[in-house]
Design a protein around this ligand. Structure first.
Ligand SMILES: NC(=O)c1ccc[n+]([C@@H]2O[C@H](COP(=O)([O-])OP(=O)(O)OC[C@H]3O[C@@H](n4cnc5c(N)ncnc54)[C@H](O)[C@@H]3O)[C@@H](O)[C@H]2O)c1
Length: 329
């Protein structure tokens, strides 16, 4: 896909996911305008840029860029920022409404306790900023008879955190999702697509800093690329994580679960053949076992730990060495 000649706007792109979207769009050929309340916000959580600003990073990719400071919780700021992009670039083909976040304290954030101020701020930063930017860009997109709007919800808009914590964030993101559905219904006939993405927890510098502050580990579960299925040896490798954000770079420890028995059981040869006897021997050796492959450990060794696995209850346990096993014959 090439976005050569397209103009994109990404809000909240001074760091984190927004910066990643902006760099990706620029990498695909688009000119990208950044709108953020704090254009120097990357340093706040120790996120290092490859140039003095995200706009400078985009320019280094050979694209045009501008950084516009705006508080998108204010309609006047949002409208002025979008107008400024239109004035400088002549059009906007893509608007990514990414600015937002769970910016109020998690304490006292249960649905029955959360304060008016925290609710209002959270709604302003997630929902109203999105609505303001959409409303500012739509007249230009309608004139163009084309455009793409991507709004940012969250899995928090679909699921409930333990004890209903940060409920108002989830509610604001659920509102973004439903606003986008309605927007899509209105704008489709004008050739404008409106979609919403709902990320799960992504390992941004902010999320890591928050985990450090709360002294909690971050555990991220990830699917593997389909490459694994095309290999003879299906043991997962770090490179199989490449489509899962930046887990392979960011995580301190990466562990894979592998069960040979799963794959063997799916290729049983015709019973009564020599192949079947060979297969049965391999199945017996693999039965009830699992491997935890430590593909990366920042301050320790990598390798494989063999475990016992009970498929009936999906439980892992220590595996006795052969010389410790109870003789069952
Ligand atoms: N990181 C995650 O795990 C995760 C998960 C689900 C959804 N999201 C959503 O993705 C988006 C980006 O998340 P992130 O983790 O990169 O957050 P982040 O805090 O690292 O980045 C958010 C950016 O938005 C900007 N911003 C905040 N308020 C603003 C305002 N009033 N006006 C203009 N800019 C403003 C910030 O300055 C910052 O640059 C958010 O909408 C967040 O809710 C993130």
């Amino acid at each position: 896909m090439s976005l050569q000649g397209k103009v994109a706007v990404v809000t909240g792109a001074a760091r984190g996911l927004g910066r990643a979207y902006a760099l990706r769009l620029a990498g695909l050929g688009a000119d990208v305008a950044i709108i953020d309340v704090d254009l120097d916000g990357a340093a706040k959580f120790g996120e290092s840029l490859t140039a003095p600003s995200v706009s400078a990073e985009i320019k280094a990719l050979g694209r045009k860029s501008v950084g516009i400071k705006a508080d998108l919780t204010k309609r006047s700021d949002a409208t002025a920022a979008i107008d400024s992009v239109l004035a400088q670039f002549g059009k906007i083909d893509i608007l990514v409404n990414n600015a937002g976040g769970a910016i109020t304290p998690p304490e006292n954030s249960k649905p029955s306790e959360v304060s008016d101020d925290d609710i209002r701020l959270t709604f302003d930063v997630n929902l109203m900023s999105t609505i303001y930017c959409c409303q500012a860009v739509v007249p230009a997109m309608k004139r163009q008879q084309s455009g793409v709007i991507v709004n940012t919800s969250s899995t928090a808009g679909r699921s409930v955190a333990p004890g209903g914590s940060l409920s108002h964030y989830g509610v604001s993101k659920a509102a973004v999702t439903h606003y986008t559905r309605n927007l899509a219904a209105e704008l489709g006939p004008f050739g404008i697509r409106a979609n919403c993405i709902a990320p799960g927890v992504m390992l941004t510098a902010r999320i890591k800093a928050l985990a450090k502050e709360l002294n909690v580990p971050i555990v991220a579960l990830s699917q593997l690329s389909r490459q694994v299925e095309n290999r003879d040896d299906k043991r997962p490798q770090l490179s199989d994580l490449r489509e899962s954000g930046s887990i392979e770079q960011d995580a301190d420890v990466v562990m894979f679960v592998f069960r040979e028995e799963y794959y063997l059981s799916n290729k049983e040869p015709r019973p009564g053949t020599d192949d079947h006897i060979k297969w049965q021997t391999e199945m017996d050796a693999a039965h009830g076992k699992a491997e935890i492959i430590i593909g990366k450990q920042r301050h320790g060794p990598t390798g494989t730990v063999n475990l016992q696995f009970d498929a009936a209850v999906t439980r892992f346990d220590n595996l006795a060495r052969d010389d410790q096993a109870i003789d069952q014959h």
